[in-house]
Design a protein around this ligand. Structure first.
Ligand code: ATP
Ligand code: MG
Length: 419
């Protein structure tokens, strides 16, 4: 099958120019170069994907250097182990020397030696990711498909390449579910069996690698689909005994995504994912996934605030009272609790939800109009006195007792007389 016409239609002009430059240079150097992986899969599916990966039979770094010298593309990086990155306009493109991988033991990083294209495709996760397109002059556009990727794509199947695949690298369990749910595909029967068998192999994977795969899931359009499926398969409890992927999570993830400004969306997903944990059992999870200090703080805050929500369940709290209760928590932790408490039926939780929203959208941004300099001009000296005045002004502003600068001046002067 030849895809030259589809490549031309599919790639933006700049990328096509770059690809063709690379193809020309490779021919001059006597190297063979191929488009591989996700872009070939997505081109056949008709989905846009301009993250191009190229495999070179030969020396990818040498080729990338040559392309950078003779075209407008820039060499962004290159590495001893035979990979390079080029930029042209708004696009970047990765080149890698074809490699062969062997695993010394499950979960370990593979041992890498130079290889040919077929070796490079065999080390990959699923058949749908093993297709390549030749960019050589004599067979430009020809599909290379040694592991039946195209047939599996047509039958909508996720298939591993050999029975030891999941135990070699159990992150493929998470990757497989991500593709299954993204495309609405199914695991091929034997792959499904081996996946279940090898779930315990997740214990051999480092926290950083598992967390990275969760982060990739959180970048999907609907991460809750993969999370739910990982729950059903029993993968989540293998990562942490208290992790669940139930309907509650699905509903809340969907709400998180619909927020007007979903800042820190991946962190928010993490905070919702662990919402059913207790403060005691979260520590094992944070350690297992080697979660950063910043995200750990947000996650711990989420659970600490959850236990204190009843304090917010009173219908007549003043804005300043809400502010003082909430100011010590990370905003993303407050957001997670706001989403968690957004229930239709239950009134106390609706009140809590409104207060949390009020804090997030308004109270946390309230500032006094007067600053220290202006207070000094009114005769208030710097130091504890001024601190006190500013605090009272801020509280009055939160509670709507002052609104204009004149109001604040009047209040500041009356306070300074009393102090
Ligand atoms: P997408 O980016 O759309 O999720 P992709 O195919 O580009 O899909 P990447 O994560 O960018 O996926 O990885 C590039 C290629 O590297 C994949 O096509 C895959 O075959 C291979 N790959 C990535 N991780 C693994 C792994 N753990 N085991 C085997 N192959 C892998
Ligand atoms: Mg990719």
């Amino acid at each position: 099958m030849n895809l030259a016409r589809q490549i031309k239609q599919y790639l933006p002009r700049q990328l096509l120019e770059l690809v063709n430059d690379i193809s020309k240079q490779a021919a001059e150097q006597g190297q063979r170069v191929y488009l591989v992986g996700g872009v070939v899969r997505d081109l056949l599916l008709g989905y846009p994907n301009f993250d191009l990966d190229l495999v070179v039979e030969g020396d990818a770094v040498k080729l990338a250097q040559q392309v950078a010298e003779t075209s407008q593309a820039k060499l962004l990086a290159h590495h001893r182990f035979g990979t390079a990155k080029l930029r042209y306009g708004n696009f970047t493109l990765d080149l890698a020397t074809a490699r062969k991988e062997t695993y010394a033991k499950p979960g370990a990083l593979p041992t890498v030696t130079p290889g040919i294209l077929k070796d490079d495709l065999l080390r990959r996760d699923f058949s749908i990711n093993t297709m390549a397109i030749s960019l050589a002059a004599n067979d430009y556009g020809e599909l290379v498909d040694p592991y039946q990727g195209k047939s599996d794509l047509e039958h909508r199947l996720i298939r591993i390449l050999h029975p030891g695949s999941f135990s070699d690298d159990a992150t493929r369990i998470l990757r497989g579910v991500r593709y299954e749910q993204r495309f609405g595909f199914e695991f091929e029967a034997q792959t499904a069996q081996l996946l279940k068998r090898d779930i315990p192999m997740l214990d051999t994977i480092s926290g950083d690698r598992i967390r990275h795969e969760l982060e990739l899931i959180f970048k999907e359009k609907q991460p809750e689909l993969a999370i739910k499926r990982l729950g059903e398969l029993g993968v989540l409890p293998r990562i942490s005994p208290f992790l669940k992927g139930d309907g509650w999570i699905a509903e809340k993830f969907d709400k998180a995504r619909r927020l007007k400004k979903p800042t820190q969306l991946p962190s928010l997903y993490f905070c919702l994912l662990i919402y059913s944990f207790s403060e005691k059992n979260i520590e094992q999870f944070l350690a297992r996934l080697n979660i950063s200090t910043k995200l750990s703080r947000a996650i711990r805050d989420t659970l600490r605030l959850k236990t204190r929500l009843p304090l917010l369940g009173k219908p007549s709290l003043k804005p300043s009272e809400i502010y003082y209760l909430l100011r010590e928590y990370e905003p993303v932790a407050i957001q997670a609790n706001a989403i968690a408490s957004d229930e239709k039926e239950d009134t106390p939780s609706l009140i809590v939800h409104r207060y949390l929203q009020l804090f997030l959208t308004k109270l946390r941004y309230v500032r006094t109009s007067l600053d220290g300099k202006e207070l000094k001009r009114l005769g208030i000296s710097a130091g504890p006195e001024m601190g006190q005045v500013l605090q009272v002004l801020h509280k009055a502003k939160l509670d709507g007792e002052v609104s204009t600068r004149a109001d604040e001046k009047k209040l500041a002067l009356s306070l300074s007389l009393k102090l």
